[in-house]
Write a protein that binds this ligand. Structure first.
Ligand code: SF4
Length: 239
């Protein structure tokens, strides 16, 4: 059990619990994409990114093979990152609109980005067993963030399904049946521990190329969800 977010972010990079994902992330790091031939890929579990006292948490799916798995930072160096970080900047949650590499100066403001699976999976599809292996990292992160976090944005239905059991484990009351995912879905969870704060959970389509190229998710749509969540988290004034 890690006692601090910094400890968690360090410990996770050493994890080798999923043989298929360890083999894949390292294979991708050796083979590389032609455009990044001269770069040294990270090729390890990608820790979450953002302050340890975040009021807002953004939950994705898993690092991209040539994004987070290359750069070593969550939502960095791929098209999904371009869309998400630009929207976060417009919503006042990032100090700049781009996320290209770990030394690019990006700071997330009161916000942290994480994923239920921390290693890049083939075809962006972790198995249920890999999701379950990685659950303890998410449980620990939620427990460490519990004093500060007030809202969560979940990017996509896969992350939504993975998150709710972890929320139940980490001190929030999750209704049964579980709330359904949808873009714009919003549910308030009461605290299941004395004196704990409630949590506002928002659903948003994932900024994958499939969603953004087809127009299923537009920049305005993701920005609107982020603004609502930032307001609920107390990071923006209520209108
Ligand atoms: S996906 Fe999670 S549990 Fe599996 S090896 Fe990566 S960090 Fe470890």
């Amino acid at each position: 059990m890690c006692r601090t977010i910094a400890e968690l972010d360090h410990e996770i990079t050493e994890c080798r619990a999923c043989p298929r994902l360890v083999a894949w992330r390292e294979q991708v790091a050796r083979d590389k994409r032609a455009a990044f031939r001269d770069e040294t890929y990270w090729g390890r579990p990608v820790p979450s990114f953002g302050p340890g006292d975040a009021r807002l948490l953004v939950v994705g799916l898993a690092p991209a093979a040539h994004g987070g798995n290359r750069t070593g930072r969550m939502f960095t160096g791929d098209r999904a990152a371009d869309v998400l970080i630009a929207a976060m900047y417009r919503a006042g949650l990032a100090n700049q609109p781009t996320s290209t590499h770990p030394d690019d100066g990006l700071r997330l403001l009161g916000t942290r980005v994480t994923a239920p699976v921390h290693c890049a999976p083939p075809d962006n599809k972790p198995t249920p067993g890999e999701r379950d292996n990685c659950r303890h990292w998410l449980d620990t992160e939620l427990q460490l963030l519990r004093p500060s976090v007030r809202a969560i944005v979940v990017l996509g239905g896969w992350g939504w399904q993975a998150l709710f059991p972890a929320l139940a484990e980490s001190g929030w009351a999750v209704p049964k049946p579980r709330p359904k995912f949808g873009h714009g879905a919003h549910v308030t969870l009461a605290s299941a521990v004395p004196a704990g704060a409630p949590l506002e959970v928002f659903g948003c389509y994932h900024p994958s190329q499939q969603n953004t190229f087809t127009g299923r998710l537009t920049p305005a749509m993701i920005e609107a969800v982020l603004v609502s969540a930032a307001t609920a988290a107390g990071l923006r004034p209520r209108p």
